[in-house]
Unconditional design. Structure first.
Length: 67
C-alpha cells in the first residue's frame, strides 16, 4: 500500500482498494463468461472514475485474464 501511495503521491486507503476490486467484480459478474463485454465495461467504468485510457485498459485486461 505504501508503494502505491508513494507512487501516486497521496494516501490510498485499503478500503478504497477493496471498493475498486468489489466494483470490478460486480461488472465482471454481470458479463461472465463474455470477457470482451466485461473488459469493455471495466474500461468505461475506470475511465469514468478518473483513470486514463491506457491504464484503464491494462487494469481491465489483468482483471479479466482468467475469463
Amino acid at each position: 500500500m505504501r508503494a502505491v501511495s508513494d507512487r501516486l503521491d497521496e494516501h490510498v486507503s485499503l478500503l478504497r482498494i477493496d471498493s475498486i476490486v468489489w466494483q470490478a467484480g460486480q461488472v465482471i459478474g454481470r458479463h461472465e463468461p463474455d470477457r470482451a463485454a466485461a473488459r469493455a465495461e471495466l474500461v468505461s467504468h475506470f475511465e469514468t472514475v478518473g483513470l486514463e485510457s491506457d491504464p484503464a485498459r491494462r487494469l481491465a485486461d489483468e482483471l479479466t485474464v482468467a475469463m
